[in-house]
Structure formats: C-alpha cells, structure tokens
Design a protein around this ligand. Structure first.
Ligand SMILES: C[S@@+](CC[C@H](N)C(=O)[O-])C[C@H]1O[C@@H](n2cnc3c(N)ncnc32)[C@H](O)[C@@H]1O
Length: 351
C-alpha cells in the first residue's frame, strides 16, 4: 500500500504508487484527482468540484447568496448590454459557452441572439455532462428556434470540437470561470483559444474585479461549505472508496492581494483545513493520506481559485495572447466587467 506522510514535501517515493495508479483501479479521467491528493501541495483539480450535485449546489448558492454578488452583477450587465454583445458577430451565428453550468444568465444572450440572428445553435461546453444535457433539453423546449448541442468535456476539447463550424462564433465564458484557470496556464489557454478563432469570431468573458477584502470575506464565508466541503468529501469517498469525514475538515479561504499596477491579478485561495492530525484511507486505489492539524487540501490545481482583475491586467493579457479588447462593460460599483475580445490581425503572441 502507498502510505503518504504528512506536511510539507510529504510524498514518499513509492514504486507501488505508480503500479496502483495505473492498474485500472481508477478511471483515466480521475487520475488527476489521485495525483492531486498525493502531491506535496494536496489539492483536487477545480473541475472535480462539479459533478451533477456539485453543479446544482453551485447554481443554488450563487443564485441565492446575499453576499456573493457575482451572479447578480453579471446578470444585470447582460440584461443591459445583451443586444450590443450579440451584435458583435454576424449571421449565421453559433453560440458556444465554456463552463456553461445551468446557463441561467446565458438566457439573456440566447434571447438577444434569437432576435438578431434568428434560429441558431447553442453549444454548451462543460465537464458536468449530464447536468448540461438536462439544462440543454430545458432550453430547447423553452426557446423555439434554438438548437442545443451539448459537449460534455474539458474547455479546450469543446473549442476544438466547434472550431471547424462555418458560422461566426460567439464564445462565452461567464461566471468569472476563466479566473479559476491556474494563473500559470491562463496565457496558454488564451493563446490556444485565439488560434482556434477566425476574424469573424468573438470571445466574451465575464470577470470579477472585486478586491475589497471586507466584501470578499463575506462573499467567501462558510455559506460554501455544503458544496465545497460536504459534497466534495462525499464525491471523494464515493469515487475512491474513502473514509474521509466532513466534520474533520473546515472550509476556509485566503485573499492574496497583488499590486494593482502589476500584471498578476489578486486572487482567492480555497481549501479544506484538517481539524487535528488524521489519516484518510482510500480503497480504490489503496491509499492512506495523512493530514497534520491545519494542513490544507486546496480546491484548485493552481495557486488561485478565483482571480480578481483590473482593466490594465485584462488589456495586457489580451495583447499577449493575440486579442484586441474591442469593448467592455463595467457595473457602477466597479466590481464586475464583461469584456469582448476580438482576434487581433497580427497573431504573434508573447510570453
Ligand atoms: C464557476 S461555474 C460557472 C457556471 C456558469 N457559467 C455561471 O456563470 O453560473 C464553472 C463551470 O465550469 C465548469 N468547468 C470547470 N472546469 C472546467 C473544465 N476544465 N472544463 C470544462 N468545464 C469546466 C464547471 O462544471 C462549472 O459548470
């Protein structure tokens, strides 16, 4: 059995670990989760938070929270500027949404696009396959003229899946979901997306700009525990035959503030902290993981869970990845923005 010790650089090199992980005990898509649990910085990949139940909990929490205002801010920007956003591409058009989830705010863009472009196809792309298939059926029944073709999988696979379509593409990335991509991977992802888009396509992102520590401490408080602790632990136990106990972990967050005039955005880190020293046992693969008191299991593969941007940083990112910031819309409180990136003529990108 691969036994992992606690704290710091805590992976004991154990040849049997590789045997166990590649033995077929674990499906290929879950290997990154095992790798995260057994890495020196214990973590689960961000996408792992979104099984069907996780997606439902996320949607309920963001919709009803009184202190996490992101849904509300983005909804009101889309309501005010939906027509203008949909006018950024010509007909015939296809709408592709990365990390679509429940697509609850996307309805505003769907309505604006139906008005402007007539019948069109919507391709929601999300790791939570069954969840978006259910949402897609609902949308199709509600909007005559809308054809929904869900793609269950990772972001870039979804983009490659639609790349050859002849219609002008509106690529939507709402809910500040791009902010959850590891900072170290963001430029590459933007550049890869740029390479898949043509001059007629647009990339529209909703991004959080709130860096007020007091507001953030209310926004990221314990209201998220049912999703980020209870459901996650339930999923880990189910997927890997584990005996992890939710009462023995505490949900917590940190705000890492970076200089506003620098290129790196500030960000939130989310984690579960171990209450006391404990050993968690998993059956598939056979694995014991030791946690010291206070040791964290991070809820993202990168340092950041959610980045908090400013316009200078977004312009800089666009430029380096071969995009031009064609338009942007910011709310009155200056806490949320929607940006429209168009492919720059010159696609030379810089690191
Ligand atoms: C923050 S939620 C946003 C949901 C919705 N767009 C909204 O604005 O409310 C992020 C969504 O992205 C999906 N997701 C996260 N990582 C992903 C990945 N690497 N590839 C595909 N989908 C992913 C999740 O399943 C989830 O539905």
């Amino acid at each position: 059995m691969a036994t992992l010790e606690n704290g710091g650089s805590d992976v004991i090199p154990d040849p049997s670990m590789n045997d166990v992980i590649s033995s077929g005990d674990v499906s290929e898509e879950l290997l990154p989760v095992v790798a995260g649990l057994t890495s020196p910085r214990k973590h689960v990949p961000h996408w792992y938070l979104y099984d069907t139940r996780g997606s439902e909990l996320y949607e309920t929490l963001v919709h009803n929270s009184r202190t996490y205002k992101l849904w509300e801010h983005e909804y009101s920007l889309l309501k005010t500027h939906g027509d203008e956003i949909s006018s950024k591409i010509s007909s015939p058009a296809v709408l592709v949404e990365l990390g679509s989830g429940a697509s609850s705010k996307t309805r505003l863009i769907i309505e604006a696009m139906l008005k402007r472009h007539g019948n069109f196809t919507f391709v929601p792309v999300d790791i939570a396959k069954e969840f978006i298939e259910d949402c897609g059926r609902e949308l199709e029944s509600e909007y005559p003229g809308l054809s929904v073709e869900p793609f269950g999988g990772l972001y870039m696979d979804g983009i490659r899946h639609v790349a050859a379509r002849p219609e002008a593409k509106m690529l939507l990335f709402l809910g500040s979901s791009f902010s959850n991509v590891a900072i170290t991977d963001q430029l590459k992802m933007m550049t890869d997306i740029r390479m898949q888009l043509g001059a007629q396509d647009r990339f529209v992102l909703g991004l959080d700009m709130n860096t007020d520590p007091e507001a953030l401490s209310k926004a990221y408080d314990a209201q998220w525990s049912p999703w980020l602790r209870d459901n996650l632990i339930c999923r880990l136990n189910q997927d890997f035959g584990g005996d992890m106990k939710k009462e023995k972990f505490e949900y917590s967050f940190d705000f890492v503030e970076n200089p506003a005039d620098g290129d790196t955005p500030s960000y939130i880190q989310l984690s579960l902290s171990s209450k006391g020293n404990q050993r968690v046992h998993f059956e598939k693969p056979l694995l014991d993981i030791d946690f010291q008191d206070g040791q964290k299991l991070y809820l993202s593969e990168g340092l950041n869970y959610s980045c908090k941007w400013n316009m200078k940083q977004l312009r800089h990112l666009a430029k380096r990845s071969g995009f031009t910031l064609e338009a942007h819309w910011i709310n009155n409180e200056n806490t949320y923005c929607i940006v429209c990136f168009s492919p720059a003529d010159n696609i030379t990108t810089s690191a």
